[in-house]
Design a protein. Sequence first.
Lengths: 344, 642, 209
Amino acid sequence: MSRRLLHGTFASAVLALSGCAALHGPQSSAMGNGVESALIGRLFDAFLWVAVAVYLFVLAYLALAARRGRLNRQRGDGIQGEPPGGAEPGWHLGLVTFASVTALILFGLALATWFTDRAIARSAAGKAISVEVIGHQWWWEVRYHDPVAGRELRTANELVIPAGANVKVSLSSPDVIHSLWIPNLAGKQDLIPGRTSDLNLKVPRPGEFRAQCAEFCGLQHAKMALPVSVKGPADFAGWYNAGLATPPIPTGGLAFAGYSLFIGRQCASCHNIAGTPASGQVAPDLSHIASRKTIAAGALPMSTANLDRWIADPQGVKPGNQMPQVPLTDAERGAVVAYLETLK
Amino acid sequence: MSDGKASERTYLRDGPDLTGAPLHDKLLATWQDRPGFWGWAGSVDHKSIGRRYLVTAFVFLSLGGVLALLMRSQLASSNLHLLGPDRYNQIFTMHGTTMMFLFAVPVMDAMAIYLVPLMVGTRNLAFPRLNAFSWWMYVAGGSMLWIAFVLNVGPDAGWFSYVPLAGPEFSPGKRVDFWAQMVTFTEVAALAVAVSITATILKGRAPGMTLARTPLFVWAMLVVSLMVIFSMPAIALASAMLMADRMVGTQFFNSYEYGDSLLWQHMFWFFGHPEVYIIFLPATGFVSEIVQTFTGRQVFGHTAVVLSLVATGLLAFGLWVHHMFATGLPRMGYAFYTAASMAVSVPSGIQIFCWLATIWTGRPRFTLPMLWVVAFIVTFVLGGLTGVMLASVPVDLQVHDTFFVVAHFHYVLIGGAVFPLLGAITYWFPKFTGRMMNERVGRIAFWIAVPAFHLTFFPMHFLGIMGMPRRVYTYPGGMGWDTLNLVASIGAFVFAAGVVVFIGNVLWSARNGEPAGDDPWGAPGLEWATTSPPQPYNFPHQPVVLDATPLWNPERAVARGLRVEDREVVLTTVFEARPDLREPSPVPTLWPMIAAAATTVLFVSSIFAPWAVVIGSVPVAIALIAWFWPKDRSHEGEPVVD
Amino acid sequence: MASAPPTIQDFSLDLAPLETHAFGHRSLTWWGIVAFFLIEGTAFALAIAAYFFLMDKDSAWPPPPFAPPDLLAGTLFTILILLSEIPNTLVKWAAEAYDLPRVRRLLVFIGLIGAVLMVLRAFEFNSLNVLWHQNAYGSVVWMLLVLHTTHILTDWIDTLVLAALMFTPHGTEGRRFVDCSENAVYWRFVWLLWLPIYVLIYWLPRLVN
């Protein structure tokens, strides 16, 4: 009996350790790239060690109990039937000790939790950059607020923040509940219609990460990702200013043909491109789409071929999403793609 | 009150003058069901109803299991196209809904319905017709839901059906309505069973079975039944509010009209958290009974175990907000729920300590039921530890809504409820059928299922930490998730094979198993004092209980004086179990089935037309009045002495 | 490993002298009724909690421009249902005294009161000054009133059926008197539950603004 237990424990340990190796990645909570995720990661480690210790204790208790019990049976020892009242005082003491130690351990874990919470809250203090993320079925609208008038930046399906700074992300949704989860950087927060909640980000070093919606929000919940880019302060400023600039309207060639199509067909009724008549509010802002790394909230990597594929058959890529199939010939579509690629 | 005619009657009663075979013949005539389909349909015998609950629950387990295999096939690798998003979302919704509403609670109810009257030493449950009614309601609700699913109008908003996604604007059509109404069916069924079980345990115990002498499984079911009574109204009300929002335009959950989508979450989880303990606590009752029998001693710390059951039941009502840690509620409030969610592990830990102490100090026999208990400990404890992790808000904010949670709850639900259930079925199978399950096949099933379970669900902890969210129909490549998902999917199929072997063993052994006597395991409980399977009347004479382990006591006592030509049980006082009343027990009748049919028409048609709520109530009222209208007078106006 | 056959069949306890019906908590019916109290009470407690949850926002309650419900019908209803406790208690005492003629008279009388209450309830619905679909306030007020109406409607019909039953030969059976006593207890639950709902629907909106 106890040998089987030993084998089982060994096997589990191997399984566990083999998993540890692969915990890194651009969408992993184990990386601790942000101040909050680092603090949480340490707290999790503490819980993990306690859990391993407790689990080993229970396994040992089980193995010893089985062994002792088997001896009892062989020797005709042990208690049978109903023990008299007041019997087994040693075991009762053991029970009380066990319950007390459990409670103490839990208290310690609760204390560790409280300290982590405080540290997270303190890290968020101070002046912050203010960003608003609005969740939609199944894309992310992102608005940067700047106290200086005329410096509001609107974009979609990308979140870019400066390293080393406090970033306060306020979250809301006009449709269903979503959840913004950037595991490398912080815990998640839900985007709930009728409420606004906050997520604080503070990331010491630049890096590229991936976030994903973490609250089931319908058909394409699985493909509602958000690339998160943390840039050095200078790079961030450069990106921000480029984002504020109005993209030039093409003067000729394929791009101009694409521009005309974009304005003339349904595209403009849903999408917004700064400096053009296209001012639709219900779909992602495309003013600087060419500078983004993915299309359709992480559904496809950005490339000419993928832009073409997306416009040709949005329902094929992301069945059920809100973008209709716009009737365009191959040549027309090529022109639209060429235009979109100028929107850096 | 009494009329003159009755005082002239004498009644045949059991006793030293009427015992053995002649008594058996009389009792059989009084208590057995009529033959054929209508006899079965009108049965109010708790054993018949318990058996059908068990079979139905396992049918739904199998259906839910197939859905799991479909999901694991789709997720075995990145970017697979076996299932599109619409079908996948229906499948994961149906999997959770089927397992939670149509399997987990009903299967525990099944065991309780069958075992509780036998364990407390009475002939039937209190309110036997209500019990029969509950099974018809359960089957009707489950069937309605599955028919909708097969017709591609199954619910697709998750088993928890969050608004606004599940509301009228974002889930048009009838899909979510089928889900919400299925909830109504199953809640009515579960509440009916809870009322029946509570009254049986408090009033129907054998004379001498004080609360201190009451078996631990019975205690567990008492706590669970009270939990059902206090938690299920929450979801019944919530699902009614959801249907009202969807069908008659109320604004409960519409934040644009002063409503609040968090109201749904609070109400759902106020039910949802106690629900998982409603599933878990009966399993702890199984473990206590099995450990007691196979160590040969009463469970150590009997009082501590009872108090732990009660404490868990109470604490369970104070945890629900831990499902909402990411919704942005005040952090100060969250701290309370962290503390309570951690504290609830203490009583469960105490139970485990006591079981292990029992094994340590007793003479354990590691039969198959005990092996399932070992699997339970090894699995459930791990799940409980990840539960403590989830209780911490910062940790939860990372792993909430990821595969880490999927791993956690499968560890506690399969480890904590299904493993004990499989042990319990193996243990009580001889009592239900009169035959033993095949030991070798049973061990094969065990050694396939238990390791495969870990192979399936352990990797999911890592997937969650590595960023894989829940409820996704596919995931991109290059995330490092592919291998772990493949391992989990393979494990799922192997686990399913183990379950199939178990079920096959049950089916085969029911006809071909080695015949078992009354008490093949040498167990102490009253249920083993009957034949295997028990007679329709359970006990020939009313047992009288002298201690907590009746069959380990060479001294046995029975009472005399119950009528044998009419159905009669004895009611005792709540604490001391002193005999108090003789209670007539209802005879078989089709009215519960008819009432359930009328209620089914009411519930299903109100999905399609709100006015059906009013019109459909009329047949239900008529059926209920006919049900309760007294039908015969053979037991009325009885004088105190013949 | 079967256990030894029992060595004693005692028979010293004789159950024949026990009665076959009793009032109050000794009867199973009482336990069934109490269980239903707990279930319905919990449902109402949650509905009331939902009311407070929705009310606890920044805006006024009821949301403008809606006015609170008119007081007349609801207050008349409340007064009448409180008065109905008098015949209700009388019927309980009569049942426990096995006084069949009195039980019959009182049950019919209570049935008639129930009819008047249902009429008043209809007027209440008409004077809520908001419809269920206009906003969440309207939804929750209608929900409370509909829930209670279902409650009182089922008990009223129960009472009518019981009254009819007491006029049949079954009316002489001891267990039927227990049913009458339990029905009276249930009626108490119906009006007790009404009181907080009355305050919530009619007075709270007037007191918070």
